[in-house]
Design a protein around this ligand. Structure first.
Ligand code: UD1
Ligand code: CA
Length: 502
């Protein structure tokens, strides 16, 4: 590396962001699982600056708290009541000792600015003798961006805000991105010379450019290849637009790394997600937080995983899973809800319409249909029959259930916690199990079945059921001529009324 570490990066984030129309400070809105500010801070951190400062103002308490959480090493400096980007930078530098070397300035609401671009900017700045190097761009619509004014030799002489610009200046297509590299000793002097003599009544950081030229110092410019990198978020439409760009970047990166993404436009991946080669993501998949998916696994369609791990070769279909671990070769869904603390062992199964929470389900064990499993530990090779419920809540407290290895829980069993079911035990379908079941035992907890012969003929005479039963048993139904609804095309109800009336 030919360049030296910047002395500081200062991220300006004190602006108000009224167009978001939000109780949340603008820079705390999220893209791909990270706040706008955290995106900017991450890019700054990659430059390995000696100091990293964020200038806070509007929503300062919330922004400070957020920074303490996501980047505790960052210094939060407060802007005073004087408005403007120049003032913001001055307040940021006031939090640091006197600096030598390069100071980089970026914005907290510009989330797509890449580390490579910042690197290039610092590199060009340090190779030159310039006091300032400005990152510029040529967007399709120069809008309200500051215009980059050059002299006939092409040297940058000033940055002029649109509200202060002549018609000729306003027609300039090259604009200021607001990202700069400065020579630190020049900068501190220049900032103290800013005034508010402009249309906005603010201390403009951009005036530092003309100050440099007045002092006979050089001003360089680096033209950004892709203007989107410097786009800021001012409203929620722009937030969504940059979100799509970021999605395409992230998804594109994983496709190049060997992940099959069937429908990139409906696949949303947070920045910290990790995927192995030969993972397949089907349409409508959202992988959030620190989710990781191992080789050969398939996720989707229509699946959300937040902070989950998915083992190699596993499949997760149309499900919603949070803070759960899905083992190698295991399968989940369709239509299941894995709540925090679920772990499913290798080759295990959580099938359709199953909800789980704080439960460990061992290797090869299956909960295939329509069940709730909460606060339970299940061994290996166990099968939990359809519609089983682990009754973990007594109305006041939650209790744990332990189910051993190779257990067979009959369909529709209620397992009332606290409860232990020993290895190899069975429960009868439809049981309410309230006491521990020893290993190898069968537990039956239900009323014995009774048969009341001829009940339908006596109590439901003349109904379709009665007629069907009569046909099956070869007996003539009372009061009927054996012509059921099916024979005369009548609706079931009307047949019954007619026969009653006869
Ligand atoms: C500024 C530039 C303009 C450039 C544009 C790029 C100035 C005078 N103008 O425009 O040339 O094209 O950025 O987006 O610098 N901020 C503070 N404190 C303040 C004001 C702003 O911290 O008092 C922060 C904001 O939070 C934001 C950034 O500075 O992150 C830019 O503020 P914004 O008001 O959007 O920029 P402009 O001044 O309009
Ligand atoms: Ca802006």
């Amino acid at each position: 590396v030919s360049r030296s570490r910047p002395a500081a990066v200062v991220v300006l984030a004190a602006g108000e962001g009224t167009r978001m129309v939000s109780a949340l400070p603008k820079v705390l809105h999220q893209l791909a699982g990270r706040s706008l500010l955290a995106h900017a801070v991450a890019a700054a951190q990659d430059l390995l600056p000696e100091h990293l400062v964020v200038v806070v103002g509007h929503g300062r308490e919330a922004v400070r708290q957020h920074l303490a959480l996501v980047a505790p090493e960052v210094i939060a400096a407060e802007q005073d009541e004087v408005p403007g980007t120049g003032r913001a930078l001055r307040c940021g530098l006031a939090a640091l000792p006197p600096l030598e070397g390069t100071v980089v300035v970026t914005y907290g609401d510009v989330p797509l600015l890449g580390t490579q671009t910042l690197d290039d900017l610092v590199d060009q700045h340090q190779r030159s003798a310039d006091a300032v190097t400005v990152l510029t761009s040529r967007p399709v619509d120069p809008g309200a961006y500051g215009r980059v004014v050059r002299d006939p030799t092409g040297a940058v002489t000033a940055i002029v805000e649109v509200r202060d610009a002549s018609a000729e200046q306003a027609a300039i297509r090259e604009v200021n991105t607001g990202v700069y590299a400065f020579d630190a000793s020049f900068l501190s002097g220049a900032l103290s010379r800013l005034d508010k003599g402009n249309a906005a009544g603010e201390e403009y950081l951009t005036d530092v450019v003309s100050i440099a030229r007045a002092d006979g110092l050089g001003v360089g410019a680096l033209l950004l290849a892709d203007p989107v990198e410097a786009e800021g978020v001012n409203d929620r439409t722009q937030l969504a637009a940059l979100g799509r760009v970021l999605r395409d970047r992230i998804v594109g990166g994983w496709m190049r790394a060997g992940v099959t993404v069937v429908d990139p436009e409906t696949t949303w991946l947070d920045v910290d997600v990790e995927l192995a080669p030969d993972v397949t993501l089907l349409p409508g998949t959202h992988l959030l937080g620190r989710t990781t998916v191992a080789a050969g696994a398939t996720v989707g369609p229509d699946t959300t995983l937040l902070d989950c791990t998915v083992g190699g070769g596993a499949s997760v279909v149309r499900s919603h899973c949070v803070r759960s671990d899905i083992g190698e070769g295991a399968s989940v869904g369709p239509f299941s809800h894995l709540r925090p603390g679920t772990s499913l062992g290798a080759e295990g199964k959580i099938g359709a319409f199953v909800e789980t929470k704080s439960s460990q389900i061992g290797a090869g064990s299956k909960v295939p249909h329509l069940s709730y499993v909460g606060d339970a530990t299940i061994g290996v090779g166990t099968n939990v029959g359809a519609a089983t419920v682990v009754v973990n809540f007594d109305g006041v407290d939650k209790h744990r259930t332990r189910i051993g290895d190779h257990v067979r829980i009959g369909s529709d069993t209620m397992l009332v916690a606290p409860l232990t079911v020993g290895d190899g035990a069975y429960t009868a379908a439809g049981s309410v199990i309230t006491e521990d079941v020893p290993a190898g035992a069968m537990a039956v907890g239900r009323a014995r079945q009774r048969i009341i012969p001829g009940w339908v003929a006596r109590k439901r005479a003349g109904t379709a059921s009665d007629l069907a039963a009569a046909r099956a048993t070869g007996q003539r139904a009372e009061g009927g001529d054996q012509a059921g609804p099916g024979h005369q095309g009548q609706a079931p109800g009307s047949g019954r009324t007619e026969e009653r009336d006869q």
